[in-house]
Design a binder for this molecule. Structure first.
Ligand SMILES: NC(=O)c1ccc[n+]([C@@H]2O[C@H](COP(=O)([O-])OP(=O)(O)OC[C@H]3O[C@@H](n4cnc5c(N)ncnc54)[C@H](OP(=O)(O)O)[C@@H]3O)[C@@H](O)[C@H]2O)c1
Length: 255
């Protein structure tokens, strides 16, 4: 069982984009288990509702917040709905995205480049853009962005994903510098391979085992590993941490 640093987040309102599955869903569970009221975002309403139901079934507070986070108008409606029900969002985990499928750059179509930039970089800007004014006004907020090892050094992921996730790192640093004096902290996570449904479908058990062996800790990441890092970054224990990028790599250290 994973050890938790167990911050108390009672009374806090959190939004997790991409909360309907994978890393985002584990983050929703972790935040709710530590007392936060969690708005669960994604586009697949059945998947969102499954996360909400499993949180509420164990006594946690969660609400469905479906929206395509590449759409500013949908984000505005989402904010109005969540803040109208629960009050201001103080914890923002902008995690939606994830199209890192390998494609040689010569075969990467311009439309795909634009789509990946939209989903994996612009979505983070649009999400922050919607919630930042309120955080600055209230002088309270913790934002966690989602990069990837693919945005830290060359990998087998496609070039658009690499560029988008590198962009997320710099966006986070820029923002942290800009709004630190306004009481808002901004940090970024850069995980390596975290087992998710797409990987389970695309790779055989043997391929997954081989991949796991490449990590000094001898296993792939788990969504819960990332959720625990989120708990730290949004907790009072991290009150002097901003502009950081936390590489979650099972020991595959970034040079
Ligand atoms: N797994 C890894 O190895 C790994 C490593 C490094 C970084 N990451 C990053 O971590 C994040 C989560 O990855 P994951 O592995 O948990 O992937 P996942 O299981 O495929 O989940 C992706 C999530 O993003 C949501 N999403 C995608 N586009 C969206 C949009 N336009 N609007 C709203 N929601 C959207 C999906 O919601 P719906 O399905 O409901 O639309 C889903 O909840 C991604 O940003 C990914 O790049 C993952």
């Amino acid at each position: 069982m994973t050890t938790s640093i167990r911050p108390r987040l009672d009374g806090k309102v959190a939004l997790v984009t991409g909360g309907s599955r994978g890393i985002g869903a584990a983050t929703c569970h972790a935040l709710a288990a530590h007392g936060a009221a969690v708005a669960v975002n994604g586009r697949d309403e059945a998947a969102i509702n499954a996360v909400v139901e499993s949180i509420t079934a164990t006594g946690g507070r969660a609400v469905a917040a479906p929206a395509d986070v590449t759409d500013p108008a949908a984000l505005a409606s989402l904010r109005e709905a969540v803040e109208g029900e629960w009050g201001p969002v103080e914890i923002l985990a902008a995690f939606a995205g994830g199209d890192g499928r390998p494609t040689p750059t010569a075969q990467l179509l311009p439309e795909r480049w634009r789509a990946v930039l939209e989903t994996d970089l612009t979505s983070a800007f649009l999400t922050v853009h919607e919630f930042l004014p309120g955080m600055v006004e209230r002088r309270e907020g913790s934002i966690v962005l989602m990069s990837s090892t693919a945005g830290r050094s060359p990998s087998s992921a496609n070039a658009a994903y690499a560029a988008a996730k590198a962009g997320v790192v710099m966006f986070g640093k820029h923002l942290a510098n800009e709004v630190g004096r306004d009481g808002v902290r901004v940090n970024c996570l850069a995980p390596s391979a975290v087992l998710n449904d797409k990987m389970r479908q695309a790779m055989s058990a043997e391929q997954l085992r081989h991949l796991a062996e490449a990590f000094p800790l001898g296993r792939l990441g788990d969504a819960e590993d990332v959720a625990q890092a989120v708990l730290y970054l949004v907790s009072p224990a991290a009150s002097w941490v901003t502009g950081a990028t936390l590489d979650l790599t099972g020991g595959r250290v970034i040079a």
